[in-house]
Design a protein around this ligand. Structure first.
Ligand code: DAH
Length: 358
C-alpha cells in the first residue's frame, strides 16, 4: 500500500483533477472522469485507505480530513461542471432542432417537384391571339353565362329554329324573366362587342374573342362538352368575302406553317350570309389523304361568313352602311391538329405522361 499523501502532493493532485474536470466538453466524459476519481485506483481513494498507516491519531485525523475535503472539493467541481454542460448541451439540442423556414435550401438537396406549366389549351389560345394581334386584331372576352338573346336570338336563331338542335346546353335557373344558359359558342361575344361599339361610337371593329363554351355532347376523340373557341369579327365599310378568305389564309399559314393552306366550302349558319366552313390541309398527312381526314386531305376547323344583315339590325347597325365578316373555330381542335393528339379527351384527363410532353 502506498504511503499517505503529504499536503503538497495532495494539493497538486487536486489541482490536476480540477483542470481535468474543467476540460470536459461532454456530460459522458465528465461522468467517466468522476467515477475514475472515486474508483479503487484513484490516488485519493488509495490515500484514504492508507490512512491507517499513520500512527499518530491527531495526524491521522488531520490527514483524513484533508483527503475528505479534497474529495468533496472535486465532487463539487464535478457538479458545477455538470450543470454548465447541461445548459450548453440543451442549447445545442435546441439549435439542432430549430427549423428555419426562411432558409434557402440548396438546389442539390431539394426534392425535385417539377415546375408545372400552363395547360396546352392556354398555350394554344395565347399563340392564336398572338397571330391575330400581329394581323391588327384586338382581343375581347365575353361572359360564359348568356341569355337566350345573346346566344341565339340576336344571332338570327329565333325560338324553335332548327339550328338550335346542334346547340343544346345547360340552362341556369336564376328566377329571371329571360332564359339563361351556358353559352354554346363564342358568337354571342360578337353581339356584346357590336352593342358596345354602337353605344360608344367605336366602329369599325377588328377583334378576336376567345373563351370557354359548353354543349351537351358526349366526350369522344373529337368532342368535349366543355371546350374552347376563338371568334373573329371585322365590321367596317366595304368589307368583302375576299377580305375574309385572305384573313383565313394568312392566319392558317402563320399558325400552322406555310405548307398548310385553307379552303372555304359553302355551309349554313343563321348569323352569316353567305356562310362557309373553313378547312385546312390535313396536318397529319399534309394533304395526301389519311384516316384522320377521311382520305380527303382536308380537315374542318370552323365556320365563317359575311355578317347577316339581321345581326346588324339586332344591334342597331345599318347594313347598307357597314358590312363585315365573322369566323369561329375550336381552340382545342387547333391544339389537336398542331400537336397530333389522336384523342381530344387527353386534354382533360390530367395524365402526367401526356402533360409532361408539352
Ligand atoms: N358559332 C359557330 C359554331 O360554334 C361557328 C361560327 C360559324 C362562327 C360561322 C362564326 C361564323 O363567327 O361566322 O358552330
Amino acid at each position: 500500500m502506498s504511503a499517505p499523501l503529504d499536503d503538497g502532493a495532495l494539493a497538486s493532485l487536486v489541482s490536476e483533477a480540477l483542470l481535468g474536470i474543467e476540460a470536459q466538453e461532454h456530460l459522458s466524459g465528465l461522468d467517466e472522469l468522476a467515477s475514475r476519481l472515486r474508483g479503487k485506483d484513484s490516488p485519493f481513494i488509495l490515500a484514504r485507505r492508507s490512512l491507517g498507516q499513520i500512527e499518530d491519531l491527531e495526524e491521522r485525523k488531520a490527514a483524513g480530513a484533508r483527503v475528505g475535503a479534497a474529495l468533496e472539493q472535486l465532487s463539487a467541481a464535478v457538479e458545477e461542471r455538470r450543470a454548465a454542460l447541461m445548459v450548453l448541451e440543451r442549447a445545442a439540442q435546441l439549435e439542432a432542432d430549430r427549423l428555419d423556414l426562411t432558409e434557402l435550401v440548396p438546389r442539390s438537396v431539394r426534392v425535385p417537384l417539377g415546375r408545372g406549366q400552363t395547360h396546352l389549351v392556354t398555350q394554344t389560345r395565347r399563340s392564336l391571339e398572338e397571330v391575330f394581334v400581329a394581323m391588327g386584331f384586338v382581343v375581347h372576352e365575353g361572359p360564359e353565362v348568356e341569355t337566350d338573346w345573346y346566344n341565339f336570338e340576336a344571332l338570327n336563331i329565333p325560338p324553335g329554329h332548327p339550328a338550335r338542335d346542334m346547340y343544346d346546353t345547360m340552362y341556369v335557373d336564376l328566377g329571371l324573366p329571360e332564359t339563361v344558359l351556358l353559352r354554346t359558342h363564342t358568337s354571342p361575344t360578337q353581339i356584346h362587342l357590336l352593342e358596345a361599339a354602337v353605344a360608344h361610337g367605336t366602329l369599325p371593329v377588328h377583334a378576336v374573342m376567345p373563351g370557354r363554351c359548353y354543349r351537351l355532347d358526349t366526350p369522344d376523340a373529337r368532342h368535349l362538352p366543355v371546350f374552347h373557341q376563338i371568334e373573329g369579327l371585322v365590321v367596317d365599310k366595304g368589307i368583302t368575302f375576299g377580305d375574309l378568305a385572305g384573313v383565313i389564309e394568312t392566319f392558317t399559314a402563320a399558325y400552322f406553317g406555310p405548307e398548310i393552306h385553307s379552303r372555304l366550302r359553302p355551309a349554313y349558319f343563321p348569323f352569316t350570309e353567305p356562310s362557309a366552313e373553313f378547312e385546312i390541309t390535313c396536318t397529319i398527312c399534309h394533304g395526301e389523304g389519311c384516316r384522320t381526314c377521311s382520305r380527303t386531305g382536308w380537315i374542318e376547323l370552323g365556320g365563317c361568313g359575311m355578317v347577316d344583315p339581321a345581326v346588324f339590325e339586332a344591334v342597331g347597325i345599318d347594313p347598307a352602311e357597314y358590312s363585315g365578316f365573322a369566323f369561329g373555330f375550336g381552340i382545342d381542335r387547333c391544339a389537336q391538329m398542331r400537336h397530333g393528339i389522336a384523342d381530344m379527351r387527353a386534354l382533360v384527363e390530367n395524365d402526367l405522361r401526356f402533360a409532361r410532353q408539352l
